[in-house]
Design a protein around this ligand. Sequence first.
Ligand SMILES: NC(=O)c1ccc[n+]([C@@H]2O[C@H](COP(=O)([O-])OP(=O)(O)OC[C@H]3O[C@@H](n4cnc5c(N)ncnc54)[C@H](OP(=O)(O)O)[C@@H]3O)[C@@H](O)[C@H]2O)c1
Length: 240
Amino acid sequence: MRTVVVTGTDRGLGHALAALSLEAGDRVIATYRDDKDAVLRPLAERFSGRLSLVPLELGDAANIAAAARRIRELTSSVDVLCNNAGILGDIEFSVGDAPFDPNEVLETIRINAIGPLRVTHELWSLLIAGREKLLVNISSEAGSIGQNWRDRWFGYTMSKAALNMEAALIHKRLLPLGGRAMLVHPGYIRSYMHGAKNEKATYEPEEAARLVLAAIAQRATCPAGERPDYFDLHGKDLPW
Ligand SMILES: NC(=O)c1ccc[n+]([C@@H]2O[C@H](COP(=O)([O-])OP(=O)(O)OC[C@H]3O[C@@H](n4cnc5c(N)ncnc54)[C@H](OP(=O)(O)O)[C@@H]3O)[C@@H](O)[C@H]2O)c1
């Protein structure tokens, strides 16, 4: 049985990734910030013994360290660490507009890029003790500089580009140990990044999660390259 850690599981893609991994037979350690809609308890009852719930706030280093201590009490190894949790931040500001709030950009980078780095750092000993040693960062097509089409979304796009570079660095550490990192764009999802459920989006979180997990499993059958695979939910490569 694999042990999988997923962050941000109280809603959206993370919840679906955790539920599908449980259905597939994995043991799941699911982190959440605030299970507002009480969706995790029923999952814990349904998969009793295979789901552990751990509070984790990405913006708080002490909180991440405490979550990691709790996870180390629960397991001696992690096969797959999936950094899923993230925020959108301000997507309206463009250069030259007033007012400009650089702190808003910094906050998005702090949550989306530094948060996952802290989580990976704190869980490193467990990850390299796992069989798969697989780091999955849920990135976005918005992190691709090579196919950028936007003229705003500064915090989000910069944070995902940073998350991608972070995975490239960690991949170099994992490769000689038999592990690897992957970066996945999960599609345009009817999740809650915009506040309310985004009904305009293309995929329900469950559909996206199913495709994401299949694409990851397919990639895992191919040898790891010098850089992390960066691909979308259909398994298509994205330019860096
Ligand atoms: N939605 C899309 O179309 C889309 C497209 C490309 C990539 N993605 C990526 O997919 C991932 C999942 O997003 P989603 O679409 O499922 O959005 P979502 O419905 O907003 O879910 C985001 C999750 O991240 C958690 N989170 C946010 N800030 C956090 C913090 N400071 N500490 C701990 N957890 C925090 C949220 O917890 P709370 O409920 O407590 O806020 C929630 O569980 C993100 O990395 C996102 O960038 C999404």
